[in-house]
Design a protein around this ligand. Sequence first.
Ligand code: DAH
Length: 337
Amino acid sequence: MIKNLEIYTSEIANFKTDNLEELNQFRLKFLGKKGILIELFNKIKEIPPEERKQFGQDINILKSAVLDKVETLKTDIESKQHSRHSTLDVSRSANYMTLGSRHPISVVMKQLCDTFKKIGYTISEGPDIEDDWYNFESLNFTEDHPARDMQDTFFIDEKTLLRTHTSPVQIRVMETHKPPLHIICPGRVFRNEAITARAHCIFHQIELLCVDQNVSFADMRQTLDYFVKETFGPNRKTRLRPSYFPFTEPSAEMDISCDICNGKGCNICKYTGWVEILGCGMVDPNVLENVGIDPHIYSGFAIGIGVERLTQQLYKTKDIRLFFENDIRFLQQFESM
Ligand code: DAH
């Protein structure tokens, strides 16, 4: 008898149908006047008295299982039928889906990468978390260089840090590839700086590296001119100032005239009418030696573009913080890009 109960229990559990008639047959088989449950209840008197209580409980459980099953399948079948028969209103206007937009920084990064791709550069990327060798040492930073100061760098431990610039990617590429090299490295960088309208602790750079035989400062100048014309049009004023970076010699910085105040002076250009958008220079021979490239045979130039500053000028964005707040009202203005 107990064996029968087990068989019935599994029959109920496994029963499936999407047909109401079949479901009714199933219900009658168990719950009908001549059904299995009545039959089982009638058998109670044949059970030895000490097992009766247990047997009674078991058939009650079986009964609830049948009732549950019937109820669940009925609801399923009816809801499927309902959705099949519900009428389709073809005249109803489509649901309006708001499209996302690309972030202005992503738009400009892509634009700049495309500009350099046109003259043969390919993209290389490196990690956000770097070590001392790639971020500083290999790039000719002496041990006590001010840029290593805790104020500028987010250290993870003594030797591990969030990269402060994309220049380490130059080293990673030169270590693993032989010249000629023409690469651009877009990416995020991190500096422990106060957040203001013109500076942020996270920003983006695009690094460019060209290494080949007979590469000269004039080649760099040509590349810069091409890039400025492609990005800002033929009439934007620029100036190249001598500067210093440990990994380039000679080094320079390029400024463009500030479009936010038309050169009159504002907080974005620190009231000078000029905004620095990149650092550049001829790759220092020490750097080439650090990665096993012979500086007597090869020379190169490198450029590091600050993407936020440049984007700020392209779209006359008065506050750099807008790029990081993800305020929909700001981002929606770039929907068509
Ligand atoms: N890595 C420098 C910085 O973040 C920018 C830079 C300057 C990159 C000169 C270069 C370069 O490739 O040649 O301040």
